[in-house]
Design a protein around this ligand. Structure first.
Ligand code: 13P
Length: 250
């Protein structure tokens, strides 16, 4: 089973119109050799998606949102639906990022509903899971992530959904788990995805690693078994670094 690697940039709450230059530069650097080896997408703030649409398309890059509401529309001031993201030019949406779970109190049930909304709208959800430092230190990392997968992945999800393992303590800290810890978690995650979706589907699900991925550690992290790509935060803001991460596949 070959899974096409996916390198996704999560810009979080960063980026103004001037940052579209970085998406242009990413497209220019996304050459044939790299295209043959990995899919690249950028998830800028929602304000930039429609503006980035043509630039990304010219460069062969995909676009994603960073969150969506579970409903297709209605009286939900400040929220954005999966249908709106799709209309603006997105083909992916991140759901259940730990910053959404902690800043907005999102539960596994909320994340499952958002993932289902993404699928309804024709978007591919990138469903995020990951333990806190206290949970890892207490020896609970596997059980926490297992429960998050069980609760956040729609039971009828198709195999093109993406799961991202992002240990909370590795996000924006420069810390990363060891390759052995990543291997253990990703193998465990695949088994839990299989239990949730049934045999057959889970072999095709891409499981990304996220948390302090940068050009200097990408090759080691992305070569671990069952790691099918990266969800990159800080290092995705500049084209040079983001492409440097993706080049781990060349
Ligand atoms: P950093 O790459 O900045 O650690 O962020 C990871 C992340 O949260 C991506 O979603």
């Amino acid at each position: 089973m070959t899974r096409r690697p996916l390198v996704a940039g999560n810009w979080k709450m960063n980026g103004l119109r001037a940052s579209l230059n970085e998406i242009e530069a990413m497209g220019a650097a996304y050459d044939e050799a790299l295209r043959a080896r990995a899919e690249l997408i950028v998830c800028p703030p929602a304000t930039l998606i429609a503006l980035a649409r043509d630039i990304a398309a010219r460069g062969g890059l995909g676009l994603g949102g960073q969150d969506c509401h579970a409903a297709p529309g209605g009286a939900h001031t400040g929220d954005i639906s999966a249908e709106m993201l799709r209309d603006a030019g997105a083909s992916y949406v991140i759901v259940g990022h730990s910053e959404r779970r902690s800043d907005h109190g999102e539960t596994d049930a909320d994340v499952e509903a958002k993932a289902a909304a993404a699928l309804r709208a024709g978007l591919t959800p990138i469903i995020c899971v990951g333990e806190t430092r206290a949970e890892r230190e207490a020896g609970e990392a596997l059980s926490v992530v297992g429960a998050q997968i069980e609760g956040s992945l729609p039971a009828d999800a198709p195999s093109h959904v993406v799961v991202a393992y992002e240990p909370v303590w590795a996000i924006g800290t420069g810390l990363t788990p060891t390759a052995d810890d990543v291997a253990e978690m990703h193998a465990f995650a695949r088994a839990r995805i299989e239990a949730r979706l049934g045999r057959g589907g889970s072999e095709q699900v891409r499981i990304l690693y996220g948390g302090s991925v940068k050009p200097s550690n990408a090759r080691e992290l992305l070569s671990v078994a069952n790691v099918d790509g990266a969800l990159v935060g800080g290092a995705s803001l500049a084209a040079k670094e983001f492409i440097g991460v993706a080049r781990a596949y060349c």
